[in-house]
Design a binder for this molecule. Structure first.
Ligand code: SF4
Ligand code: SF4
Length: 195
């Protein structure tokens, strides 16, 4: 029998604030934390208030022959290989309730952080299998009630990050960021039209 298990972070884990993935492939480099256009000035303000340096670059745009409208941005990790959110207090002794590192802007964190570990893939909402809790769910399902806040945040993202007009092309921003041994396999930083 499959049991529903309440979502809760694994003791001591901060993986989702540290480890960034190559997406959709190594060629595009590592992605940062997704930011909605409205969130960009808010995060820049939080960076200023907290004395943190952030690098924000575009993520997705639409346009016929060139990217005309940016529909999402991304905040890059602070390490040269693209890992480690600049707001994670990884050098502090402070710990979150589950024993992970603390987020310096927890109350003001982006919708993508509020939604995680719920993600949308090819039109389906699912648990991200990079999340340590989700990886450990091999014999159980997550209790939907324990993920209500995450579902609300994901809904906000889905409402704003969508391509409304099929006649437009989708453009993805290659970050050229990753491990030194992968740099030669990556596209130069900049826009690439999705095929
Ligand atoms: S959401 Fe998942 S990856 Fe992130 S800290 Fe919690 S258990 Fe770890
Ligand atoms: S903003 Fe906070 S919650 Fe989001 S990735 Fe950074 S440290 Fe983690």
């Amino acid at each position: 029998m499959i049991m529903a298990r309440e979502f809760g972070c694994i003791k001591g884990c901060s993986d989702c604030c540290i480890v960034r993935e190559y997406y959709p492939s190594i060629r595009f480099g590592k992605i940062g934390v997704l930011l909605l256009p409205d969130e960009v000035p808010l995060i820049e303000e939080q960076a200023r208030l907290n004395g943190v340096a952030v690098k924000i670059v575009p993520r997705i745009a639409v346009g016929r022959d060139a990217p005309e409208k940016i529909i999402a941005y991304q905040m890059m990790g602070k390490n040269p290989d693209g890992d480690l959110c600049p707001f994670l207090a990884a050098e502090s002794d402070a710990r979150s309730p589950h024993g992970g590192f603390t987020c310096g802007i927890y109350e003001n964190r982006p919708a993508a952080c509020r939604a995680y570990p719920l993600v949308e893939s090819e039109g389906t909402v699912k648990l991200d299998d990079h999340c340590k809790f989700c990886r450990e769910l091999s014999t159980a399902t997550a209790d939907a009630n324990s993920l209500r806040g995450e579902a609300e945040a994901l809904k906000t993202i889905k409402e704003q990050v969508r391509v409304e007009d099929d006649s437009h092309n989708v453009w993805r921003y290659a970050t050229a960021t990753g491990r030194p041994e992968d740099i030669g396999r990556m596209l130069p930083e900049g826009w690439v039209m999705e095929e």
